[in-house]
Design a protein around this ligand. Structure first.
Ligand code: DX5
Ligand code: ZN
Length: 236
């Protein structure tokens, strides 16, 4: 199976951390070897949970600029509609913004909004959402996210049919690249653990969101090192 040619990225979802200490938790995972901070935005409408808005990420950005300058913040919008918040989060200085295609009436416009505001733009696919939505917008996409749980909560169980979907997305992105397209990251989000990260890497993912697999461990460095090591060690 073809793997991604992009370097692997571990993106801890701070939703699974101690939210009374959002800044310290973010510092700790970056110090422990994580690459990006993944920030889950939920609206109690598109998904049955309610989390953070732009002022929270703005405060986190200020904190990270002081403590860990250059840390990329990846915002995952589980909100409907996304456009106003794309602008709100872009203005807060985040690096990438992904949203769900079902949540936007004008996907092309929403992707352009994120790009025009200086962010990488991405489309996130719920487990049952077909990848056809990508077909006419690949030129506007920097990240494709395959959700391996139904979005709404950290700590859910990985859906076992998702590696096949990741492989399908890998095929689309490889054909795009072979025909002269730009590199696009393939992110997997939900239920990623040490016992399945090798399988999703084998299927072609290069960007791994992990919430409870990291924040549920006492030693973040050991948890991240274990995940990283397994990316390149196929399951027996
Ligand atoms: C689910 C979120 C995920 C989640 C990851 O709606 O988008 O990012 O918090 O947490 P784990 O790794 O615990 O599934
Ligand atoms: Zn997420």
């Amino acid at each position: 199976m073809p793997r991604s040619s992009l370097n692997p990225v571990i993106a801890p979802s701070v939703l699974a951390g101690d939210l009374a200490h959002l800044g310290a938790e973010s510092d700790a995972v970056i110090a422990a070897g994580a690459d990006w901070i993944h920030f889950d935005v939920m609206d109690h409408h598109f998904v049955p949970n309610l989390t953070f808005g732009p002022p929270v990420v703005q405060a986190l950005k200020k904190h990270l600029d002081a403590q860990r300058p250059g840390t990329p913040i990846d915002v995952h919008l589980m909100v409907k509609p996304p456009d106003a918040l794309i602008e709100g989060f872009a203005n807060a200085g985040v690096d990438s913004i992904t949203f769900h295609p079902e949540a936007s009436d004008h996907i092309d416009r929403s992707l352009r909004r994120a790009r025009d505001a200086g962010c990488a733009a991405g489309l996130a696919f719920n487990p049952a959402t077909p990848l056809e939505w990508l077909k006419y917008v690949l030129d506007l996409v920097d990240i494709v996210v395959i959700m391996s749980v139904n979005p709404g909560f950290a700590g859910q169980k990985f859906i076992p049919s998702m590696p096949a979907k990741i492989a399908e997305a890998r095929g689309i992105l490889d054909s795009w690249r072979a025909s002269g397209g730009h590199p696009i990251r393939l992110q997997v989000d939900g239920g990623i653990k040490t016992d399945n990260i090798a399988t999703v890497a084998e299927a072609g993912a290069d960007t791994f969101v992990a919430g409870s697999a990291i924040f549920g461990q006492a030693d973040y460095s050991a948890a991240i090192a274990d995940l990283k090591q397994r990316i390149n060690t196929p399951d027996a």
